[in-house]
Design a protein around this ligand. Structure first.
Ligand code: COA
Length: 124
């Protein structure tokens, strides 16, 4: 079974955020990556969107206990983004038998969007 999630983020809302707020949402690795880019807020907004998209794709019950920092978005050597789960997100994924998690991110000056796909065992 496949489930999907999507989100769109207004980059201006990220441009206004202070470092302390960003640290509550972005892991140290995510912040470090974004700071190497020409326009860091676009990439930060992309990570906000990716985390929301992953959360939606997980179909976790509410309240889920999943926090922003439980989802880490990182890019491989080819630039392809991947999401790794920690904490409550990882526990839920393990309990439900998550087989695969795939994300895609895109951004322009004003908007960032992301899509996530979760692959689960087929229900019998
Ligand atoms: C890599 C590429 C797809 C990025 O596209 P873009 O329009 O510059 O930028 P977008 O905003 O759409 O996407 C940026 C995001 O793409 C993702 N990305 C980068 N390289 C990627 C890759 N090789 N595969 C998948 N996703 C990739 C990243 O998540 C990136 O955001 P991030 O740096 O914040 O993580 C583009 O630069 C490219 O190389 N295109 C080649 C297209 C091509 O060869 N077309 C012919 C065959 S269809």
């Amino acid at each position: 079974m496949i489930t999907i999630g999507t989100d769109i983020v207004d980059v201006a809302r990220v441009r206004d955020k202070h470092d302390a707020i960003l640290s509550r949402v972005l892991t140290a690795r995510e912040q470090a990556y974004c700071q190497t880019q020409a326009d860091p807020p676009q990439h930060m907004a992309g990570r906000f969107a990716a985390k929301e998209a992953v959360f939606k794709a997980l179909h976790a019950p509410s309240p889920s206990g999943i926090s922003w920092l439980d989802i880490d978005v990182h890019n491989d050597a080819h630039g392809v983004p991947h999401a790794t789960l920690f904490g409550a997100a990882a526990a839920f994924a393990t309990q439900q038998g998550l087989r695969g998690l795939y994300i895609s991110i895109a951004h322009v000056r004003d908007f960032a969007t992301a899509t996530a796909v979760c692959e689960w065992p087929d229900k019998t």
